[in-house]
Design a protein around this ligand. Structure first.
Ligand SMILES: O=P(O)(O)OC[C@H]1O[C@H](OP(=O)(O)OP(=O)(O)O)[C@H](O)[C@@H]1O
Ligand SMILES: O=c1[nH]c(=O)c2nc[nH]c2[nH]1
Ligand SMILES: [Mg+2]
Length: 169
């Protein structure tokens, strides 16, 4: 279903996503040493794999959360799987030494719930919208709140009609 409040489209290819996730790893590389990544599924799985490879992190945990049930419409937030207490308790607890990764922050609702679980963790996303931006420590690209980001794993090839339809065929 179309959300009229997110009327701009920001389509991202696999190539662009890989570059942006690598750029995120570059930004993170100067900021500390992390013992573990917690990725917020499912969107965080892809950037987490790229960042983990770049930073040499091999301890990867998930927190499984779903909120957008109908594409652009956010419903109630469900924590399907919480974080392993062993990861929460690293370096004295509260998320110290933990890097949290997601594909994007939009309203900040998801990030707020995970921040409560890991208040001292470092939060990183590839993309950020203004409402969620204050909840993220590091991100790569900001898009306006009225933009919907189309990720490559949600997309497929489709014929594009020419702008001037009179010249077709
Ligand atoms: O800042 P928010 O408004 O909370 O939105 C951001 C969250 O929404 C999307 O996840 P979604 O719940 O759609 O699940 P998915 O990762 O499985 O696609 C996205 O991957 C973020 O996790
Ligand atoms: O694919 C997506 N694009 C978005 O812009 C977005 N915001 C929340 N959840 C989202 N999922
Ligand atoms: Mg998600």
């Amino acid at each position: 279903m179309e959300n009229p409040e997110q009327n701009k489209a920001f389509p991202v290819s696999w190539d662009q996503f890989h570059r942006d996730a690598r750029a995120l790893a570059w930004r993170l590389s100067g900021q500390g040493e992390w013992q573990a990544i917690v990725c917020i599924t499912r969107g965080g799985l892809v950037p987490a794999a790229i960042v983990a490879r770049e930073l040499g992190i091999r301890m990867i945990e998930t927190v499984c959360i779903a909120s957008y049930h109908d594409y652009e419409n956010q419903g109630s937030l469900h924590v399907i799987k919480p974080i392993d207490p062993k990861v929460v308790g690293l370096e004295g607890g509260d998320g110290n030494g933990v890097l949290v990764i997601d594909d994007l922050v939009d309203t900040g609702k998801t990030a707020r719930v995970v921040r409560e679980m890991l208040p001292k963790a470092h939060f990183a996303t590839v993309y950020a919208k203004p409402m969620g931006r204050p909840l993220v420590d590091t991100f790569v690209t900001e898009v306006s709140q009225d933009t919907w980001i189309y990720f490559p794993w949600d997309m497929g090839w489709q014929f594009q009609p020419p702008l001037n339809k009179n010249t077709a065929g």
